[in-house]
Design a protein around this ligand. Sequence first.
Ligand SMILES: [Zn+2]
Ligand SMILES: [Zn+2]
Length: 269
Amino acid sequence: MNRSTLADWFFNVVSFGDGWDSYWGSYRVGDDTVNRRAFTLIELLVVIAVIAVLMSVLIPALKSAKEQAMFTVCRANLKSYGLAGSIYLAENDARFPNAQRWLYDIGGQAVVPCRWHDATSQADGSLWPYLGHMDVHMCPLFHVLSRSIGPDHLRHDQSIPIDPQFSYSMNAYLGFGTIGVVRKITEVKNTAAVLFFSEENCWTIPGVSSLPLNNNILWIQRTNPFNNIATYHRTKGSDLNSGVANVVFVDGHVDSALAEDSYEIAYPK
Ligand SMILES: [Zn+2]
Ligand SMILES: [Zn+2]
């Protein structure tokens, strides 16, 4: 046996003397050196297999823990929106902010496809003083998704870098916008059943959303769908529209909703 090879030296170091050497020795069949090396190779393969199994278990667990954290932050953001909304209502004679001018006062009816990622656009809408810090305007999952999907959105201007500014929109049926059907919270019979703000995505969905995330309003219609709530949380498989959206209702409570329920919770009743 040639003890001068590096492999044998390493084997002697890790075998901790004669006792271990006799332990390993029990596995020896035929030529000493060849079998020691073969055993090391099998060990290596077993270790690689164990690592592969551990990774296959741990990576999805870590991924879902990260998604759960983003889901929780998103809900906390909408809770802040609900609080800001209730303070606004208390200080403005129970009137909702204008659904088209709550975040950017230049809103009006114009379709502004790239505003959501335009850092030069200054938020100065009527709800702005109640919302303050920019962090609450962004679902962390949307921030991740929009970085890759962003440039594919409708009527994108290549000269405006993708720097996401907001991901939540207000229910168009509330407030003074041209679409609004109720102006005061006192006109909403069931404040726990009507959505105030929800997340909106930046990509079109045929038959569901033709004008996504552009002017800060969610105009969810039964027959002519311009907008819809963004259901990219807790998706089934890789379909980003198959999960749930986080929503804050007029009474300030936050819950999740499915795309198919969006008209029911959007239209004031
Ligand atoms: Zn979210
Ligand atoms: Zn754009």
